[in-house]
Design a protein around this ligand. Structure first.
Ligand code: HEC
Ligand code: HEC
Length: 187
């Protein structure tokens, strides 16, 4: 099945000049959006992510060292060169924040928590990103909530520095929810 899709995509490439990364991304768009801007609350946007972060995450999904529900099974079918092409393709796309309509009180509560416990790493209100850390500002809310809950529970294969786990564990359930309202509504 994948071979047929790739063959068809190869024909498109010849005729319309799509890059290989763009063609490979057809297998991702159904969940992450055509250019990596997700429309579903539980699916992360990945447009504009640091190429090195995306490539590492995809390699770790593939080798099973990173926790996943779907991505691990999916990435088994991709080679390391294909992973690099995908990571470069998404790094070139433009980030767009979620359209989530947050509760202003929860946003204010989340802002205070962020400044005290998260901003030291997730700088610029969560917009900062680098090879070790994705952007969290404007990310899809249910995805953020799931990620925080899995990390609070200490789920195997969830990655985070110790200081982040300590910060998350110090929050109540209501405060975790406030964090999703704050982060998801950042531009
Ligand atoms: C069926 C839906 C689905 C498809 C198809 C899919 N993804 Fe994912 N992706 C997810 C989910 C859900 C997660 C969260 C991890 C998990 O539970 O598997 C995720 C996580 C990710 C992450 C980590 C995001 C972060 O913020 O750390 C990256 C990068 C990613 N996917 C890239 C891709 C690429 C590249 C493809 C195509 C080869 C792809 N995904 C195809 C659903 C999907
Ligand atoms: C010591 C630095 C540090 C602190 C403090 C920290 N984080 Fe993180 N955070 C990280 C790193 C590094 C990652 C990426 C880990 C990985 O590879 O998945 C991350 C990942 C995340 C993710 C998952 C993003 C994604 O796309 O999968 C969320 C959500 C998050 N942090 C929220 C928070 C919140 C909320 C706080 C404060 C309560 C916080 N972090 C505090 C460093 C930190």
């Amino acid at each position: 099945m994948l071979a047929i899709v790739l063959l068809a995509a190869g024909a498109l490439q010849a005729s319309e000049g799509f890059t290989e990364g763009e063609i490979l991304s057809n297998g991702c768009g159904g969940c992450h959006g055509h250019t990596g801007v997700s429309a579903a609350s539980s699916m992360p946007s990945i447009a504009g992510f640091d190429r090195r972060y995306t490539a590492r995450a995809l390699r770790e999904f593939k080798n099973g060292s990173r926790h996943s529900t779907i991505m691990g099974r999916l990435m088994v079918g991709y080679t390391l060169p294909q992973i690099n092409l995908l990571a470069s393709y998404y790094a070139d796309q433009t980030w767009e924040g979620s359209a989530f309509r947050a509760d202003p009180e929860k946003v204010e509560q989340g802002r205070r928590i962020h400044e005290a416990r998260c901003e030291q790493c997730h700088e610029d209100a969560g917009r900062y990103q680098d090879r070790d850390m994705p952007r969290v500002a404007g990310q899809q809310p249910d995805y953020l909530l799931i990620q925080m809950q899995l990390r609070r529970a200490g789920t195997e294969g969830m990655q985070q520095p110790n200081r982040m786990r300590e910060a998350l564990l110090s929050l109540s359930e209501a405060e975790v929810l406030a964090m999703t309202h704050y982060l998801a509504s950042r531009d």
